[in-house]
Design a protein. Structure first.
Length: 352
């Protein structure tokens, strides 16, 4: 027999960034963060997990290619899920796995991203969240999403936020065990559905400095990171929560852009400096200038921008009309072309 579960999880984009860990093994952050989860129809990971007595070892394929599962992060997610597994019975198929026997079975995992892996589009977030969710379903884990988020967090920090839709906060927590470092939903998908997210997908190349290495170096060498975590982010989180609650776009845009710029300032404050926008820095600056100018000329912000640990620009328009204008401007000033490494524009949220 074979038992199969398939799950689909969208990626998330941080509007208040997570950058820096206080515990590298448990993946505990130095500050809270807030993100918006994209529409599940775009930019998502689809993962199928299967268990069968005929499987001789755990195996995984990512986008059709087999990858190693020896990494500590994957192993801790699998261990955590297995330790919470329950009985699974299916008389018709002759399946009966007792909770204490899950250790004796191996899993096969096939995962597909419909967007570039490790190019700064938070593919690890969608991937690990999806894996944890699918394994939890397969093994009949009865924990709630908050508890599953604490497991996904141990695979990749930002993954914990992808278990919920809408606006999500990753509460950093205080406990050394990490039990209170979980994701909570601030508002569901329908709360602020005027917003339209457009992502300029720059290149499918892997980024040069992974988030994990980058943030380790920032924690070790950047005084700005520590100031940000202690003095800046706690206030910003409260302001962002209020902006989301009140659907206050001007405050939302100001906080999103400022936080993205401070995150990249922390990267520059790191020794040696990290240039996540290096490949296409000219266009990044032009896009930032273009949005800043537009927002000033309208007297109130129309579009927010944010850049993660990669060269893709994420633009958030206040409504569909603005999104249409934005897309027209982007296509005119920055048309996708093989020479420019600008591949395409992807609508990450409600379509326009
Ligand atoms: C810039 O979650 O990829 O996207 O926990 O080491 O796996 P690890 O890092 P990861 O870092 C994401 C960093 C970010 C900001 C964010 O998503 O909050």
């Amino acid at each position: 027999w074979i038992l199969i579960v398939t799950a689909q999880t969208p990626t998330n984009i941080a509007v208040i960034k997570y950058w820096g860990k206080r515990d590298e093994t448990l993946i505990l952050p130095v500050n809270d963060s807030i993100s918006v989860t994209l529409d599940p129809n775009h930019l998502c990971t689809t993962t199928t997990v299967a268990v069968s007595p005929s499987f001789e070892k755990d195996r995984m394929w990512l986008n059709g290619k087999e990858i190693s599962l020896s990494g500590d992060r994957f192993q801790s997610c699998l261990r955590e899920i297995r330790s919470r597994a329950s009985d699974v019975e299916d008389e018709e198929k002759g399946i009966c796995i007792r909770k204490q026997d899950w250790d004796k079975f191996h899993v096969h995992i096939a995962s597909y991203n419909n967007f570039p892996t490790a190019a700064g589009l938070a593919s690890s977030a969608a991937g690990l969240a999806c894996l944890v969710f699918a394994l939890a379903k397969l093994m009949n884990v009865k924990e709630d999403l908050g508890q599953l988020s604490a497991i996904a967090r141990q695979g990749s920090g930002s993954a914990c936020r992808s278990l919920y839709g809408g606006f999500v906060k990753w509460v950093m927590g205080n406990d050394a065990s990490g039990s209170d470092s979980i994701a909570v939903q601030l508002a569901n998908e329908t709360h602020w559905d005027d917003l339209v997210i457009i992502i300029a997908v720059v290149s499918s190349r892997q980024k040069e400095t992974s988030s994990t290495t980058g943030m380790r170096e920032s924690v070790e060498t950047s005084p700005l990171l520590h100031h940000r975590a202690k003095e800046v982010v706690p206030k910003r989180i409260l302001q962002m929560q209020e902006a989301i609650q009140n659907r206050d776009f001007p405050s939302f845009a100001r906080l999103t852009c400022t936080d993205s710029n401070q995150f990249h300032a922390v990267c520059l404050d790191t020794r040696p400096p990290i240039f996540y926008m290096n490949d296409t820095s000219h266009r990044q600056v032009l896009i930032i200038n273009c949005i800043e100018k537009w927002n000033r000329s309208e007297g109130t912000p129309q579009v927010a921008y944010t850049f993660d640990a990669g060269p893709n620009a994420v633009l958030i328009a206040r409504n569909r009309n603005v999104a249409t204008l934005l897309l027209q401007r982007l296509l005119f000033y920055f048309p996708p072309h093989p020479d420019t490494e600008l591949n395409s524009y992807v609508i990450g949220d409600k379509s326009i």
